[in-house]
Every structure is written in structure tokens, then in C-alpha cells.
Design a protein around this ligand. Sequence first.
Ligand SMILES: [Zn+2]
Length: 60
Amino acid sequence: MAHPKRRHSSARGKKRRANWKTSLPNVVPCKQCGHKKMQHYICPNCGHYRGEGVIDVSDN
Ligand SMILES: [Zn+2]
């Protein structure tokens, strides 16, 4: 198996990892009600997905 010839310094690893960034979730407005929702997710406010009522969200 491939094996590293020399060890990397801890600074080298830390420099590489310093470029790791978090990203915000992709939030888009619902086409049905305008509520902000996650892309490719059913709207938690009205239960619609791509213009169709998929789930019933009436809160008792
Ligand atoms: Zn909605």
C-alpha cells in the first residue's frame, strides 16, 4: 500500500484544516406560501412540495 515517505508537521496539517469552512443550509422561499424552507424539502409551513399538497400540516 502507498505510504507517506516523510511525516507532515502539525502546522502543515493545521494550515490545511484552517481552510475548512462551514456552509449555511440552502434556504429558498416556498412557492405556495413564501415561507423559508430548505431546498428539496417539503415546506414545514404548508406541507407543499413543487406546488402539490404532499402532507397535512394542520396542527390539531
Ligand atoms: Zn409553504
